[in-house]
Write a protein that binds this ligand. Structure first.
Ligand SMILES: Nc1ccn([C@@H]2O[C@H](COP(=O)(O)O)[C@@H](O)[C@H]2O)c(=O)n1
Ligand SMILES: [Mg+2]
Length: 297
């Protein structure tokens, strides 16, 4: 059905269930489908040439505009909180206040630096961020088939939009909900807009006040892409959901987190820096739509 599912990186708890969902998604075609995706470490690469790739926050943390003192403090926060984020032995309830603490402290530090709105494009250009291999096929086939792509990110919206824009794939079918920077009249960063989005509130509590919420509810077949357990709630706002296929990228502490990921996601991609499997599934689902002969009415 989808040859890419034979890749060595693929893990599935229940291949039969995956087969049924993929068939149902194909039956619904492009008109029923929407893709809901996380951004950092899901649409972007986790590593390249043996080095970690930056998240949208890291791009700003490490840019030339940030003072040496600010950079050190932001790095210390990352070294303290990231291991907590990915710790398989701590519960979500235990992590939640700590994650809010991380985001709040980091945003406060960034707001003390003199970051200019006009600098964001150059900062992104100078960074080591990379969209996953096959990103152009992914973005283009969704656009060509008029399938909405909803990016729900706890990263920095201004930065991730610029990444997609510079890659030449910011098509009109894309909607983003994320943390947006708040600039004063002189274009200097003064804070972040509300509400704060962290890894554990990517759900309808944040979405119900957005323009996108209506559209979210009309497309009842979902392809969900994420890399953290918090990403699993991103489709909670879809009231009449018919079918959902959850694909999870397992990038870090693979051995220890494998079991939980396989339990939670329908398909787990282990240390796979590509969008091959996602593209293969989309190709299969959308083939039906692409080859439907045109009618004259
Ligand atoms: N100060 C911070 C806070 C979070 N991160 C990382 O960003 C990721 C969230 O963005 P998504 O697009 O994946 O929702 C999260 O997994 C954190 O590791 C960071 O780098 N700096
Ligand atoms: Mg992520």
């Amino acid at each position: 059905m989808v040859p890419e599912l034979q890749k060595i990186t693929v893990r599935m708890k229940n291949p039969e269930h995956v087969k049924n969902i993929v068939s149902a998604l194909r039956k619904g075609g492009a008109a029923r489908l929407q893709v809901i995706s996380d951004f950092d470490m899901t649409l972007t690469r986790f590593g390249f040439n043996g080095k970690r790739c930056p998240t949208s926050h890291n791009i700003i943390d490490n840019c030339r505009v940030i003072s040496e003192e600010g950079r050190k403090k932001l790095k210390d926060l990352l070294h303290h909180y990231y291991p907590i984020e990915i710790d398989p032995y701590r519960t979500m309830e235990d992590k939640l206040p700590l994650m809010i603490e991380w985001w709040t402290k980091a945003h406060n530090l960034l707001s003390q630096e003199k970051i200019l709105k006009n600098d964001i494009a150059q900062i992104v250009k100078e960074s080591d961020v990379k969209l996953r291999d096959g990103f152009n096929i992914f973005f283009d086939q969704l656009h060509e088939n008029k399938v909405p792509l909803f990016i729900f990110s706890a990263g920095v919206g201004d930065v991730l939009e610029e990444i997609i824009h510079q890659a030449g794939v910011f098509h009109p079918n894309i909607n983003v909900v994320s943390n947006y920077m708040d600039f004063d009249d002189n274009g200097i960063l003064q804070g972040f807009k509300e509400p704060l989005i962290h890894i554990y509130n990517k759900n309808n509590t944040v979405l119900k006040n957005t323009e996108y919420f209506q559209q979210l509810c009309t497309r009842t077949n979902i392809l969900l892409l994420g890399d953290s357990m918090g990403d699993l709630s991103m489709a909670d706002g879809v009231a009449d959901m018919e079918n959902i296929l959850r694909i999870g990228f397992l990038n870090d502490r693979v051995e220890e987190r494998r079991e939980k990921y396989i339990e939670a996601y329908d398909i787990v991609l282990e240390k796979d820096e590509t969008l091959d499997v996602v593209n293969g599934i989309l190709h299969f689902i959308l083939a039906q739509t692409l080859y439907t002969p045109l009618t004259l009415d």
